[in-house]
Design a protein around this ligand. Structure first.
Ligand SMILES: [Zn+2]
Length: 127
């Protein structure tokens, strides 16, 4: 209990210090410790409590790109898992049906990879 109070005080002190320095408190919070993030005069965004530097996704459009990328990564993961299971279940006997499913999965993975590459390119040209 005492220890938590001490941590709490330490946290408040660090936040107060940042405010006194004129750093801008942002509406976003630290992904590590959930404290409010600050923007320094040099434009760096960081958590004054745990010292984590954060790169904020800036515009809505960029956030959307990032969202797409994450969704795509998840889908790719699912596809690969499907493929692994298909291969595992087929074992030595790759019949017509499993070959067709495997081909479909490989095709879907290939397409997802192309979309992902295009997204990456879009992000690059933006920055
Ligand atoms: Zn933090």
């Amino acid at each position: 209990m005492e220890k938590r109070d001490a941590n709490q005080n330490e946290r408040s002190r660090k936040l107060a210090e940042a405010l006194l320095k004129g750093w801008k408190m942002l509406p976003d919070t630290c992904p590590i410790c959930d404290s409010p993030l600050f923007e320094t005069p040099s434009g760096e965004v960081l958590c004054v409590v745990c010292g984590t530097k954060v790169i904020l996704v800036e515009s809505d459009e960029e956030a959307k790109l990032e969202e797409h990328r994450l969704a795509l990564d998840k889908m790719l993961g699912d596809l690969v898992r499907h493929l692994e299971r298909e291969l595992y279940e087929a074992g030595e006997s790759l019949d017509e049906g499993s070959l067709r499913r495997i081909n479909m999965l490989l095709d879907a993975i290939r397409k997802a990879l192309i979309i992902r590459r295009n997204l990456a390119r879009q992000e690059r040209t933006r920055s």
